[in-house]
Design a binder for this molecule. Structure first.
Ligand SMILES: *Cc1c(COP(=O)(O)O)cnc(C)c1O
Length: 370
């Protein structure tokens, strides 16, 4: 908390916390680089070579402002999804889009509903705009759609957030369940579907229905497309809500290089197909490694594999610290009882090898402790 006199009362009331500690910060603190970077759900296999080529081709034009309407990218996305460019807005990753959307829909005191322990950026922006968060616990490590809808009804919520597939637990609900959720929501509650991992999911995505103003979905180039560092994502909804983003968004936020690389990545469908296979294979391998050491793999639709360490948060944290001491970066869920798990991002074989050895050493060390 700070009492700087020039802050708004709301800003002055916010806690001094950041939702993420980046691996770079951990590396500085421990005084050396990680040899396996398997914690931030990045694409360790790297982006499409065509995206890299587009970046270097575009680099000399960096003196130009980007196209603030992202016309070509929105046209490419519209074609891919069979919708209209007017139904798409681009933003600085899903994280940036969440901030813009919540600025549009949350007034101080409004209620927003989410799952306790799910992806934190939504909560961060709700609080930042003075909204009230209502949270619902996981049910069997899955987001609990009935309880979410019930809470939204009971609290007259403005917006309900659902990461589907979910981060950090990896589970996913199919299209029928999402339809039932929409039907159960109160009249003026917007359903926000965060589909950051939809490209790696093993269930179909819910129907697009871009004309339905009661839902907005967000997608990203950070995960399956491997462009996390460029910061680029998009939202899909009815043209009216999408147009209103123009009232408050950062019009030059999605830079020119990012726009060009995203188009190239989107068009390289063969590469995405290969990546899907690599992710599925890596997920299976991490699951098998976990099982070989008695850690139970959870069903994952994402580019990471949660492993249940079989006890409580202290046990999972000890494993995470042991891995970190052996130069392996992973993350884990923040809240009990999900914090009995660790979360390992898919990545190149060589890094998964390092994880495997580090896990063996860590568990051996922990078993020797009294
Ligand atoms: C990684 C992640 C994001 C962040 O996406 P960006 O486009 O990089 O901002 C959003 N939502 C979920 C559920 C994620 O796991």
């Amino acid at each position: 908390m700070t009492s700087d006199p020039y802050l708004t009362p709301l800003a002055a009331s916010l806690p001094d916390t950041a939702p993420f500690i980046g691996p770079e910060q951990l590396e500085r603190a421990r005084g050396g680089p990680f040899s396996a970077r398997l914690g931030a759900n990045e694409l360790g296999f790297g982006p499409s070579p065509r995206a890299i080529e587009a970046l270097s081709d575009a680099a000399p034009d960096s003196w130009k402002y980007c196209d603030p309407s992202a016309h070509d990218l929105r046209a490419a996305l519209a074609e891919r999804h069979g919708i209209l460019p007017e139904q798409i807005t681009v933003g600085v990753g899903i994280d940036g889009l969440l901030g813009t959307l919540l600025r549009l829909v949350i007034a101080p005191g409004d209620v927003a509903v989410t799952t306790a322990g799910s992806y934190p950026t939504f909560n961060y922006h709700v609080t930042g705009y003075g909204g009230h968060l209502k949270t619902v616990p996981y049910q069997g490590d899955m987001t609990d759609l009935e309880a979410l809808a019930e809470t939204a009804r009971a609290s007259s919520a403005k917006i309900l957030y659902l990461a589907n597939p979910d981060n950090p637990m990896g589970g996913m609900h199919g299209p029928e369940a999402i339809d039932a959720l929409l039907a159960a929501l109160p009249e003026r509650c917007l359903l926000l579907l965060d589909e950051a991992y939809i490209e790696t999911a093993e269930l179909p995505a819910p129907d697009m229905r871009p004309d339905d103003p009661r839902q907005i979905r967000m997608r990203t180039f950070s995960k399956a497309y491997g462009l996390a560092g460029l910061r680029i994502g998009y939202g899909i909804s009815a043209a009216g809500l999408i147009r209103s983003f123009d009232r408050v968004r950062d019009h030059f936020g999605v830079n020119a290089l990012a726009q060009r690389a995203a188009i190239a990545a989107l068009k390289d469908e063969d590469y995405l197909a290969q990546i899907r296979q690599k992710i599925a294979a890596s997920r299976a391998r991490i699951a098998a490694i976990g099982e070989s050491f008695g850690l139970r793999p959870l069903r994952s639709h994402t580019n990471f594999q949660p492993l249940d360490c079989g006890a409580d948060g202290a046990r999972a944290r000890a494993i995470l610290r042991g891995l970190e001491a052996r130069d392996v970066f992973i993350r884990m869920p923040a809240l009990a009882p999900q914090d009995r798990c660790i979360r390992v991002s898919c990545g190149p074989e060589a890094e998964v090898d390092i994880f495997e050895h580090a896990l063996a050493d860590t568990l051996a060390e922990l078993s020797q402790r009294p």
